[in-house]
Design a protein around this ligand. Structure first.
Ligand SMILES: O=C(O)CCC(=O)C(=O)O
Ligand SMILES: [Fe+2]
Length: 386
């Protein structure tokens, strides 16, 4: 039996003779990290956390082997031990011994304070790294609570586009990433989220990640996918309405204009490409590779036709779900986008924008992936109410 392909690259290798028969979802979630040199998520052993939080709970450090003369030296610095009540030492240096004791007490106090302070700092660092930024996040590009009119950061283009046919005036020469909260209203986001909810309520993955692709009809069900349009036939007309599809078209058009403006290209040179899908992610454990949405990937590698990727978020980070932030991965300085309903995040699809999604820890996260190609041969029509 042939192994189930996990991504476009594996599908190509298997050479499926009927591209339309391929499980579309196999192109949706990436194969895995493209490079072995990617920063690995940092995890903190629980024992370390406990040790840092509870003074004295750390396992005793192994005692160094006795070494002459160092190991014995501290004993000579202290007062000489004499039989109790003999008073020999006191008689010899009474005032200096009292001072010594006071000095030792003071030092002990200082050391205790210092140790406690260090433990608190260490514990804070460990908690922060285990709960929040699980892969060395250094900077938040877009906070959930801020309303960004348009933030754009240019980054040098990778060479990924050279391996594909170039379309001057469209294929990225200027690369980067942008976030805007003013293109799609929260009300529109809520309406489109309801479309996602009703579609996904017809199925849903056994694992934590489900998709619904209104163009191809792919819908996660259990450990598989069905074609919604074939599976539900005419009943689909009672589930979705023409307004739902009109809403998708409006959103797509607005996002297309935003991308064209940000990258200084004509909107008419961009074509919607596949897959375009709603995603619903919760904290249920993954059951198949299709549920593993968190791997770092490059969209141009994963999906092939993508030149510009956009994500429209339909729920709020820390209100509807925890974890699940989008992370642009950069050496030593990852950048996060915290999802917010109505927030559009867009970027050129090459490896200049290697990214991943943090695992969702609680709640449910909804988003739509809408991408554009410069190659008209890879363009698709808007999803339609058939
Ligand atoms: O949902 C997201 O934030 C990102 C999804 C993603 O990376 C993708 O669809 O390729
Ligand atoms: Fe992606």
């Amino acid at each position: 039996m042939r192994p189930v392909p996990r991504c476009a690259a594996q599908l190509e290798k298997q050479g499926s003779p009927h591209p339309s028969a391929r499980p579309l979802i196999a192109r949706v979630w990436p194969c895995g990290p493209p490079s072995a040199s990617l920063p690995r998520p940092r995890t903190v052993p629980a024992s370390l956390l406990v040790a840092a939080l509870v003074p004295g709970s750390a396992a005793p450090a192994p005692r160094p082997a006795p070494r002459w003369p160092g190991w014995m030296a501290p004993q000579r610095r202290g007062p000489l031990r004499t039989p109790e009540g003999s008073g020999a030492t006191e008689r010899r240096r009474p005032s200096s011994t009292k001072k010594d004791r006071e000095l030792r007490e003071t030092w002990r106090g200082w050391l205790k304070t210092l140790g406690l302070g260090a433990s608190v700092v260490l514990a804070s660092i460990l908690i922060w790294s285990s709960l929040g930024a699980d892969d060395g996040v250094a900077e938040v590009l877009a906070h959930r609570d801020e309303i960004l009119e348009g933030k754009f950061i240019e980054v040098p283009c990778s060479e990924d586009y050279d391996g594909h046919r170039r379309f001057e005036g469209c294929t990225p020469r200027k690369c980067g990433r942008g976030v805007t909260d003013v293109v799609i209203s929260r009300e529109e986001a809520e309406r489109i989220r309801r479309v996602a909810e009703k579609g996904l309520s017809l199925g849903g993955s056994d694992g934590g990640a489900s998709i619904l692709d209104l163009h191809s009809g792919a819908l996660s069900i259990g450990k598989h996918f069905v074609n919604l349009y074939r599976y539900f036939g005419d009943k689909i007309q009672t589930i979705f309405s023409e307004e739902d599809f009109q809403l998708y078209r409006d959103v797509r058009r607005k996002v297309q204009l935003t991308i064209a403006e940000a990258f200084g290209i004509s909107a008419s040179s961009l074509y919607l490409t596949k897959p375009t899908f709603f995603s619903r992610i919760n904290s249920t454990e993954a059951r198949t590779a299709h549920d593993e949405y968190w791997h770092a990937h490059v969209d141009k590698v994963t999906y092939g036709s993508f030149d510009y990727t956009s994500l429209l978020y339909l729920s709020d980070y820390l209100e509807d779900f925890g974890g699940g932030r989008f992370v642009f991965m950069e050496e030593g300085a990852n950048k996060t986008v915290e999802p917010r309903a109505g927030r559009v995040s867009f970027f050129t699809s090459g490896s200049e924008n290697l990214h991943r999604v943090e695992k969702v820890r609680w709640g449910t996260r909804y988003a739509i992936t809408i991408a554009f190609t410069c190659n008209p041969d890879h363009g698709i029509e808007d999803p339609a109410f058939t």
